[in-house]
Design a protein around this ligand. Structure first.
Ligand code: ADP
Ligand code: MG
Length: 320
């Protein structure tokens, strides 16, 4: 099968048929209907490289899901709505079983998230997957990182640390089958918090998605806003598995790949948001508050406070 057969078989028509796709896959470019006046376009790209972002043995269905999910998570973190995406796929070989699994994971999430695949590129080389998502939001309403103010509550959706625990405990008899399944789903099939992000728009003062660990990503909000924060260790929503509390806390703070949302908002806005928080959504938990003094601190159960490092994983960190 050549690249054209591969595109035709696996990717053409992925995602919902959509009236705002004037011309989809098959010509030199896609043609898209601009959103109505009063909206802005949002564009984001993320690449997954084998051996860097995922173990080479990762199931192809999980890769198809995750390549799109991590990009949708960025759109969610702005409080925006995704519309279209492109896929640049570099493959060592065109293996039909691999492509079927990959396309199944990709198409399922595309349909569930109402985003249409409108183009891409297919090349031979070491496995690497780049997705670009285009979305929109009402003009001036996207939630940036720089708006946190002293007194704001710090909140997160869902639970943190599960993906990092899955990597650290591939076959750990302490966790049990149910716990292992929970952790693997967290690592391989993160759900972009699009509905939650949308609800938080117009209320949150700052928002980010947690891809590199809570401390690092909240650290970006603190730096952009010129503020600090204290977190309560007892309030952090940890992975519900039978592992040591310290390790679960450590993975929540410093593990990556959670793709939950972290936002800040005033107590009044928080109360407003909670009045219409759909029980089907990931729960929103208050975990601390923004303070004027810079830096990130953790209050522990014995009421002592310790500083937290806000550095996460960084590519090229070892280079001179
Ligand atoms: P060109 O040489 O003009 O760039 P290509 O041969 O790369 O065109 O692609 C042909 C069509 O297939 C284009 O519409 C392109 O967007 C689409 N396409 C290529 N690869 C992919 C892919 N992996 N997923 C979705 N669409 C793709
Ligand atoms: Mg091309």
């Amino acid at each position: 099968m050549d690249e054209f057969g591969l595109i035709e078989n696996y990717f053409k028509g992925a995602g919902p048929a959509s009236a705002d796709v004037i011309l989809g896959i098959g010509d030199d470019t896609a043609i898209l209907q601009l959103p109505a006046n009063g909206k802005e376009l949002l564009v984001t790209t993320d690449t997954l490289v084998s051996g860097v972002h995922f173990p080479p043995a990762t199931a192809p269905r999980a890769l198809g899901h995750k390549a799109l999910a991590v990009n949708l998570s960025d759109i969610a973190a702005m409080g925006a709505t995704p519309h279209w995406f492109t896929l640049a796929l570099t493959l060592p070989v065109a293996d039909a079983a691999w492509l079927e699994g990959f396309a199944a994971g990709l198409v399922r999430l595309a349909e569930n998230s109402a985003v249409a695949l409108v183009g891409g590129d297919t090349t031979r080389g070491p496995l690497s997957i780049t997705v670009t998502v285009i979305g929109s939001a009402p003009a001036g309403k996207s939630v940036r990182r720089g708006g946190a103010r002293p007194g704001d509550l710090v909140c997160v959706t869902g639970r943190l640390g599960g993906a990092a625990l899955a990597l650290a405990h591939r076959d750990d008899s302490r966790i049990g089958e149910g716990g292992m399944h929970y952790l693997r789903e967290r690592l391989d099939y993160p759900l972009p918090r699009l509905a939650e992000g949308n609800r938080l728009r117009d209320h949150a003062s700052a928002m980010i998605d947690v891809s590199d660990g809570l401390a690092a990503d909240l650290g970006h909000i603190l730096a952009a806003s010129g503020v600090g924060a204290s977190l309560d260790s007892a309030r952090l929503p940890l992975a519900p598995v039978a592992l040591d509390d310290n390790e679960r806390l450590d993975c929540a703070l410093f593990g990556g790949d959670d793709y939950e949302l972290c936002c800040t908002l005033t107590a009044a806005e928080h109360a407003r948001v909670m009045q219409a928080w759909d029980p089907a959504w990931a729960p929103l938990t208050v975990i601390g508050e923004i303070e004027a003094g810079p830096g990130l601190r953790l209050r522990t159960a014995d009421d002592s406070t310790r500083p937290l490092e806000t550095r996460g994983y960084r590519h090229f960190d070892d280079d001179d």
